[in-house]
Design a protein around this ligand. Structure first.
Ligand code: 5AD
Ligand code: SF4
Length: 448
């Protein structure tokens, strides 16, 4: 009987992509995947350390598996990802139920490390690597429309609040040719959207090819595949990249550009390496080069020493940029980071209040921006039936907004259609079908 593995994934899209990589590795080694924890003899949690509450949730989940293990003593329980790296042996010693601890650069060795656990030992692999990119490993993906592809790993930015440079190690990039090859395979399987992932994709470098070159080569593979990418650091967002986005109709006009704070003093303490003038200049430049571009961002409220004035500056930046969306967090001190040594002196109450104001402002901006789209036409990729009703279809614009349209027999998943927006809330647009859109066929790139 073959071994059955069940994996749960927490945290960012990089982890979602890593889980597919892990499944690719395990499948190749004879494992079957299961969606039911009860059926599995190996349970893996791919974890996130970026904020304290993520880790707390995962500890809670480990408690559930502890119960499972009591009735099934042979069950192997493993921790993968950032928490594995951060907590290493403590996990095995403190939480005795953990048999396998494998950090993000040691997934290749997972089959051997699970074997160690089957033999009654502890399988530990937490070394970080300067070179591992898993370039040659084919991730396991179910059929679908949308795929994540990690194109670089690690981060060298060392923002003072962030644990990622410690848990995922130094920056390194995959080869351009392997990414293009992966997109070709996805094209043949009928995928319609690919998101290129990295903690800091703009630092991508494969010999003389930078991220703009990678985006251009990716876009050329299949004009019916939309290309998205995340995350961009304001320091490295080049003019060349902006022109590349503008030149290719299947690269989405959407940039996730975390600002973190609107206060230059706080940005300096965060080691973000830009100030607000520079950031807003970049936004203006992008708007000039890419007509209709929109932005999303990450914001942290309550970083050490943040005053009410600093907080108001964050709200100001939000009003100036008018983001389409934002991921908004309360500052969470992470051991090992530079900010951890600073006093976490903004009270929980104030952090919560400021975060609430940030969320409310973003909702208002999203609502207003969506209202501006009423009576306008948008192209969407149809992703399937709407969650609320079988009579309606759901898709997304290239700026990542969800649009709901009445379904008809001839509109299918994976179609690009033009719709006219007739109504909007802060989260969703509603529209009517106008016509089908057929991106011209130029299937396979010459660049590979
Ligand atoms: N506390 C709160 N938010 C954080 N982020 C990263 N580290 C922390 C932290 N210690 C946020 C940043 C980053 C996003 C992925 O998570 O906004 O851009
Ligand atoms: Fe963390 Fe900053 Fe790197 Fe993003 S750029 S992963 S916030 S250190």
């Amino acid at each position: 009987m073959s071994n059955k593995v069940y994996i749960e994934t927490y945290g960012c899209q990089m982890n979602v992509a890593d889980t597919e990589l892990v499944m690719g590795i395990l499948k190749k080694n004879g494992y079957e995947l299961t969606k039911l924890a009860d059926e599995a003899n190996v349970v893996l949690l791919n974890t996130c350390s970026v904020r304290e509450n993520a880790e707390q949730r995962i500890y809670g989940r480990l408690g559930n598996f502890k119960n499972m293990k009591e009735s099934k003593p042979d069950l192997v329980v493993g921790i993968l990802g950032c928490m594995a790296e951060r907590l290493r042996r403590d996990l095995v010693e403190d939480k005795k139920i953990v048999d396998v601890v494998v950090g993000p650069d040691e997934y290749r060795h997972l089959p051997e490390l699970i074997d160690v656990a089957f033999g009654g030992g502890k399988g530990i692999g937490v070394r970080l690597s300067r070179t591992e990119t898993y370039d040659d490993i084919i991730p396991y993906r179910e059929d679908g429309l949308q795929a994540w592809i990690s194109v670089m790993r690690g981060c060298d930015k060392f923002c003072t609040f962030c644990v990622v440079p410690f848990t995922r190690g130094r920056e390194r990039s995959r080869t351009l040719s392997s990414v293009v090859e992966e997109i070709k395979q996805l094209s043949m399987r009928g995928f319609r959207e690919v998101t290129l992932l990295g903690q800091n994709v703009n630092s991508y470098l494969d010999n003389e090819n930078d991220f703009a070159d990678l985006l251009a080569a990716s876009a050329k593979v299949d004009s019916r595949i939309r290309i998205r990418f995340t995350t961009s650091h304001p320091q490295d967002l080049s003019e060349k990249l902006l022109y590349t986005i503008a030149e290719h109709s299947n690269i989405c006009n959407y940039i996730h550009l975390p600002v973190q704070s609107g206060s230059d003093r706080i940005l300096k303490m965060m080691n973000r390496t830009y100030n607000i003038k520079h950031y807003l200049g970049l936004i203006e430049k992008a708007k000039r080069i890419i007509p209709g571009v929109s932005f999303s961002t990450d914001i942290i409220s309550g970083f050490p020493t943040e005053t009410y004035e600093d907080h108001v500056m964050t709200l100001d930046v939000m009003r100036q940029v008018r983001y389409d969306g934002a991921y908004m967090f309360k500052y969470s001190p992470r051991e090992g980071t530079k900010a951890y040594k600073m006093e976490d002196d903004v009270s929980e109450e104030i952090k919560t209040k400021r975060l609430q104001e940030i969320i409310e402002l973003q909702q208002q901006i999203s609502f207003e921006k969506n209202q501006e789209l009423v009576d306008k036409e948008e192209i969407i990729l149809v992703e399937g039936k709407s969650r609320k009703s079988d009579q309606f279809l759901s898709g997304r614009t290239d700026t990542n907004k969800v649009v709901i349209v009445p379904g008809t027999d001839n509109i299918k998943e994976g179609d690009f259609i033009k719709v006219k927006i007739n109504r909007a809330t802060s989260a969703t647009l509603f529209g009517d079908f106008v016509e089908f859109v057929f991106p011209e066929d130029n299937e396979i790139a010459l660049t590979a």
